[in-house]
Design a protein around this ligand. Structure first.
Ligand SMILES: *Cc1c(COP(=O)(O)O)cnc(C)c1O
Length: 392
């Protein structure tokens, strides 16, 4: 039977081949990840956990799980290896958002207080936005950033003392600086809160040693697998071994049904790749390229939130240009450059307009871009922005 779907996929393949992809949360997976995700494992139901699971919650609710049992356990082992950790790992979350939902539900009750970073300062929707389950289920308190856009650790300490949160969350979607996990952990300990890290964006940097590791400091660590980790779309949850049983039941049966074994296969391939020395080299290049591109914008007089970057992304604050993030995103799209509008600290526009754009180097570094290529793209973006301003 002819399917319209494959025509669409061909068009998308073309688009991905011909655009300059600067969306900080995207990447290009290997052929092996694609093969795994496109495999017959999608046919298999496997609610529950492998029989060899170290914590409770062992066993499956369906027959015929002998192969997926081996696969899921192997996937867990490989992610522990990739992060050099003996933390317990759950590889079933369907996405980063599902991982966060399951993590919260494992250790919190609705109404409990979470101290986190707000969406407009760089946090994620699932970190307490009022339009998300997190903001509707929990009492959210947000710590602030200072005038430059850096997290104000004194504010974290003060708010933690005031609001006595059940959980303190570190992690962001649009934050270009090192996260001080040690100080967060100290603060959490002094107020008896769980400390959770959502490393969705920076997980690849953590694996490669280009960002301090939260392992040993955080009680729970969630991540996506499709951003800097360059795996299939999905989530992971790591936790201290004593929380294993709670986390596992928070995922299944707490918040999900059957796991996606084809995606778990893709995650296992991505974990193997992350263990290869070439992965650390790739991540070092992502960071080096990001700094080069960010420096090029600074040299052209652009305002970069926090004045620079330590990781794979940075935020251009376009307030001075009079252009909105949305206008710049749309115009760049016409020129084959893809990125996303983003709020900036102290945002005065709606999130649909936004005063900034987020720029990331993980995807194009996968395609082989070097520092010179990224600097060239920075100059091209500047030309486009200048033309837009002139047309005003
Ligand atoms: C991307 C992201 C998520 C959510 O991931 P999805 O897979 O899109 O649900 C969660 N937390 C942070 C910090 C993220 O950047």
């Amino acid at each position: 039977m002819q399917s319209k779907v494959f025509e669409i996929i061909e068009k998308e393949k073309e688009r991905q081949a011909h655009t300059i992809e600067l969306i900080a949360s995207e990447n290009f997976v290997s052929e092996n990840v694609l093969r795994a995700v496109g495999s017959c494992l999608t046919n298999k139901y496997s609610e529950g956990y492998p029989a060899e699971r170290p914590a409770g919650n062992r066993g499956r609710y369906y027959g015929g799980c002998e192969n997926v049992d081996v696969l899921e356990q192997y996937c867990c082992d490989m992610w522990q290896k990739a992060f050099h950790t003996d933390y317990h790992v759950n590889v079933q979350p369907h996405s980063g958002a599902s991982a966060n939902l399951a993590a919260y539900m494992s250790v919190l009750k609705p109404g409990d207080t979470i101290l986190a970073m707000s969406l407009d300062n760089g946090g994620h929707l699932t970190h307490g936005s009022p339009v998300n389950f997190s903001g509707r289920l929990f009492n959210m308190v947000f710590y602030d950033v200072d005038a430059s856009g850096r997290i104000d650790m004194e504010d974290v300490r003060k708010k933690a003392e005031d609001c006595k949160p059940a959980l303190i969350l570190a992690g962001a979607s649009a934050y270009s600086r090192i996260l001080d996990f040690r100080t967060f952990a100290d603060i959490a300990q002094s107020c008896g809160a769980y400390f959770m890290v959502d490393m969705a964006h920076i997980a690849g940097l953590v694996a490669a040693g280009d960002h301090p590791s939260p392992f040993g400091l955080a009680d729970i660590i969630t991540t996506t697998t499709h951003k800097t980790l360059r795996g299939p779309r999905g989530g992971l949850i790591f936790c201290r071994p004593e929380l294993a049983r709670k986390i596992d039941s928070g995922v299944f049966p707490g918040t999900q049904g059957g796991p996606l074994q084809h995606v778990i296969a893709g995650k296992a391939v991505a974990a193997e790749e992350a263990c290869d020395p070439s992965f650390a080299e790739y991540i070092h290049n992502v960071v080096k390229n990001c700094k080069a591109m960010c420096d090029a914008f600074l040299a052209m007089g652009y305002h970069v939130v926090t004045g620079g970057t330590d990781n794979h992304l940075f935020l251009l604050d376009l307030t001075d240009t009079g252009l909105t993030g949305k206008e710049v995103q749309n115009e760049l799209d016409k020129h084959g450059i893809t990125l996303n509008k983003n709020c900036v600290p102290g945002e005065t526009r709606s999130p649909q307009q936004a005063s900034g754009v987020r720029v990331g180097t993980a995807a194009m570094t996968t395609k082989g871009y070097t520092e010179e290529d990224f600097v060239r793209v920075a100059h091209r973006i500047d030309e486009i922005i200048r033309a837009m301003r002139q047309a005003r």
